[in-house]
Design a protein around this ligand. Sequence first.
Ligand SMILES: Cc1ncc(COP(=O)(O)O)c(C=O)c1O
Length: 383
Amino acid sequence: MSFNFDQPIDRQHSDSQKWQKYAGRDVLPLWVADTDFAAPPAVTAALRERVEHEVFGYAKPLPSLNDAVIAHCTQHYGWTIDPSWIVWLPGLVTGLNVAAAMAGERGDEILCATPVYPPFMSAPANQGRVAVTVPMVLRNNRWELDLNLLAQKITPRTRQLFLCSPHNPVGRAFSRAELEQIGAFCLRHNLVLVSDEIHCDLILDDIAHIPAATLSPEIATRTITLMAPSKTYNIAGLGCSFAVISDAKLRASFNRATQGIVPDINALGLVAGEAALRHGEPWRRALLEYLRGNRDLIEHAVARGELPGIAMTHVEATYLAWLNIEALKLDNAHAFFEQHGLGFSDGSPFGAASNSYVRLNFGCTRATLVEALARLQRALASR
Ligand SMILES: Cc1ncc(COP(=O)(O)O)c(C=O)c1O
């Protein structure tokens, strides 16, 4: 079966956050991390069938949904998980906040490396904890975590390390060696590893995703893995995510922190999540092919010097390109690009210095991306 990712879908008049932001303006929305693609046909079919049932009372995951997660983890990552380890969540920002809320006591510290998805820094603050950040480093044009820098920030109050793997926004899919070092670091400093792996099924290069919890039994017992079918299958609006926590004490503490605050998953999210995991693989493979084409378009334009003043590293995973714009020396980069019809994410909320980076979401049709790159060229030429 072939899937048509070139098909434009008008989201301007829909409930889309991404498109509503620029309603009535000629600005291409290339910011929040969802895609402009229709969900896999199998997902839409399952949702239709569920809607036909016409009753939408409180929902609870069916054992078949847990089975779908377990089968997915076995097939894709060689990870054997037990259904009791799965904690269903309405979203992964929720998961980050719950993890932060269970980290020691108020005022305790959670480490992360920047740039990073902004809730990595806001979740600890929301929960009365302190986000302690260190910059990632560029080595051989590749973004890496610097464990020496992280070690310098360890104090008696450091409780957790938040890891984004694969990484938003720098697009890294970390190697086994890198992950092993990160795991060893957590063991050495007695930290819980909160591994946000929401982008795990969006690896564009020929690299396998390695869940941190598969590195060793010792690392597994201190790891909270956060996953969801939402990014891959473009069903983020249906709120269906989960944590995998093999250690019973850690899981109990996570569950306690959800009490009375975290709602159940909605009935449609459960159905969509199961259909995606069970039947979405051919669609996902086609999606990755399409996203590789989009990524290559951007990378080639940068490599050929068609976007003077813009630099980037290779995007191994995700549909996000982290563009270095320091050389442009703009006063207000985000506004500058908006004036030229480009709605990027500003880099500062990710922890980047002002006017040094923007994030381009290339989960859009090829035609939209081609138009975006043409606008970008014109914007750069106008300076
Ligand atoms: C690393 C990461 N975690 C979590 C989320 C959001 O998860 P959710 O929509 O399930 O709260 C995103 C969305 O961009 C993300 O990139």
